[in-house]
Design a protein around this ligand. Sequence first.
Ligand code: NIG
Ligand code: FE
Length: 404
Amino acid sequence: MPILRNISQLATCPPGHSQEDAGLVSQAAVAWRDGTVRWVGPYQQMPAEFAGEPAVDCEHRLVVPGLVDCHTHLCFGGWRGDEFEARLRGASYQEIAAGGGGISRTVAATRGASLGELQRKAHAALEAILRLGVTTLECKSGYGLDEANELKQLEVYRRLDALQPIDLVPTFLGAHVVPPEHRKNRERYVDLLCDRLIPLVVRQGLARFCDVFVEEGAYTVDEARRILGTAKAHGLGLKVHAEQLSAGGGALLAAEMGAVSAEHLEYASDAAIEALAAAGTVAVSLPLASLYLGDRYLPAREMLKAGLRVAVATDFNPGSAPSYHLPLAMALACLNQSMTPQEVLMGATTVAARALSLQDRVGSLLPGYQADLAIIDAPTLSHWLYHFVPNACLHVLKNGRWVT
Ligand code: NIG
Ligand code: FE
């Protein structure tokens, strides 16, 4: 039974804890066998039976659960650096989208890329993401927006899940925007999603969740209700991109439909916060999108006070959040959402796992959990999130095996 010892601070991140308490243990050790955590606690209290087992010395460093990035748009063709520059010159994200840029441009680039090209590009990103300490990652479709190209993105995820160590959790986002060829008759595309694409994706086992972007220029609340209702009837879990650029009603819909998570929520009202708290829906904060769009951050303090759980994720995509750096998103959540380091770590581990309905398997370092962890080159959690370096993660254990 391999053992990790001389851990200066171990974050256990129990799913039942209040978010402000990451279950920190000083001078700790962890033992695992066959991919599962068997024991965690202060080294002094380690059971005698483990004494002769092979041990790795952490040299007085921080150990955290493998990070969970619960919101990415990992697979896409092309990039949009020119739009980044246009925004710096004063154009807004919405103006660029209305002029034919934005998500629609990435749809065209993704349709034009082969499965192999998309797979290689996403694989390279995953290799870098793993080295940051991420061991579980949600990934959305939504840049295909027709049958062949939505399936192509989801097939990239299916293949990559088998080819590399990070566990991938695929989400069907066929309702990202209305594709250009259906703009004159939106209802026909919603019919296609409900009558054909959702049943097909479920039959082929290609997604665990369905997401809809509720916003001016994307989907209305009524359209989203129909799409999410269909997805639910087919057994998919629900997510909503809600209140990102305006208060559009997506959060109330997420609560009404029993969505597992509502994402963005930068413009969430008090009523929306209350409804999400009552429904037990996780709020997913995406501080990199706020940073890149120069827009407001989600009201984390109000949410935590209302009893909502707040996850922290990257939103990695070529437009609003062109970075997969989850520890950077975590530092931003401290600095711009006034979340404490413990709240943020919980948000990128067990709360993020809850946003994927995986909180019983990943996101915590407790007996019975998957042996996924990261050794961080910092003595404490607060030191890690305050002293930002390109990558503080030294080694990653995934399913009980060292993968970096
Ligand atoms: O989560 N809001 C909608 N979708 C993405 C942006 C996608 C893009 O700009 O390509 C988001 O921010
Ligand atoms: Fe997103």
